[in-house]
Design a binder for this molecule. Sequence first.
Ligand SMILES: NC(=O)c1ccc[n+]([C@@H]2O[C@H](COP(=O)([O-])OP(=O)(O)OC[C@H]3O[C@@H](n4cnc5c(N)ncnc54)[C@H](O)[C@@H]3O)[C@@H](O)[C@H]2O)c1
Ligand SMILES: [Zn+2]
Length: 352
Amino acid sequence: MRVDQITIKSNLKDYTVNFEDNADFIKNLAQMPNSVFVIDENIWNIYKNTHLSSIPQEKVIVQPVCEDIKNIDTVCAIYEKIMQFAPRKNMTIISFGGGIIQDITGFVASSLYRGVNWIFVPTTLLAQVDSCIGAKTSLNFKHFKNLVGTFYAPKEVYIYPEFLKSLNVQDFYSGVGEMAKLHIMAGKEKAQEFIDALPKIDALDNATLSKMTHNCLNIKKSYIETDEFDTGKRNMLNYGHCFGHAIESATNFAIPHGQAVVLGMILANKVSMDRKILSKDKLKFLEDKILYPILKVSKPVLDENKIVQAMHQDKKNVGNNMALIMLDDNFETSKILDLQENEVKKVLAQLG
Ligand SMILES: NC(=O)c1ccc[n+]([C@@H]2O[C@H](COP(=O)([O-])OP(=O)(O)OC[C@H]3O[C@@H](n4cnc5c(N)ncnc54)[C@H](O)[C@@H]3O)[C@@H](O)[C@H]2O)c1
Ligand SMILES: [Zn+2]
């Protein structure tokens, strides 16, 4: 049953996020005419005889998932398979999976017939709390992460927390990392709400996960509705991501995205303290109550030169400077464009 709904206003077209407390919505999706399903292979294997059993097997494209397949070749392979279903412009692509399935199927939906209907069912916590709204689709090109992409919104998103039960610890806490980021950015009260909820998040309590997901989507909504095409305010959502992306690329994506973002927030806070906009007390509060408790990867061995190089290559930089989103004592974010190599190396050396 649908328990709640959030509408996202978009310059492209408004879309809804539906919160579901049982799998009936999947039975309805299974009956949708002229539809094709693209489903993460792990999800299909785990749930084909239970939550997904109503979906006719002949309408399913099962897609193996890893970061290496998020490219144009996979998109072409999916076009090829969809053409075998005698598609029409009014078809609907329904996809189930995490951010990788979202990026690939969003790109396919945005480009096929210059845009077909798309419904997305996020199955990772990261996709539920963060990536499912915002209308970005991204593909990797050679070693350039998310270089190619479009802005394209799904028609509908369905959040079903029950899927999270089968996530492994690192992927689950990857989503918790993004959840923490959004709650910190929303100010002290929301940060405290996150701290209070953490024991129940750890216990995978559905009602708590649903409530925290609501918070996250409402917080993100406030950024994307005012700056959907990422030319100003939306940039702030990159808090934790300037270092985070560099850590992902320097470690060859061994660390899940949201966990790299946790490390990125720890590092960005240290720069913010060095630049005297974040006090030592607040930095310690964030580290002790939020960031270290949700860090579930062991500290990676980071080559400081590789990190600096990756930060120089960040596609959001302007000119030759390195950018960083910093946090102040009121948990407000700001962007600097003059981050120096010695500041990066200093905080990397301090990473506990
Ligand atoms: N488009 C955007 O706005 C946006 C935003 C953030 C991240 N991303 C992209 O998302 C990707 C990361 O996505 P992600 O963290 O959601 O993970 P993912 O899609 O990489 O999935 C992680 C792993 O979990 C498995 N999995 C998915 N759901 C599962 C479930 N319920 N139970 C068991 N296993 C499950 C997958 O098969 C995969 O092995 C990156 O490529 C990133 O660039 C996109
Ligand atoms: Zn992110």
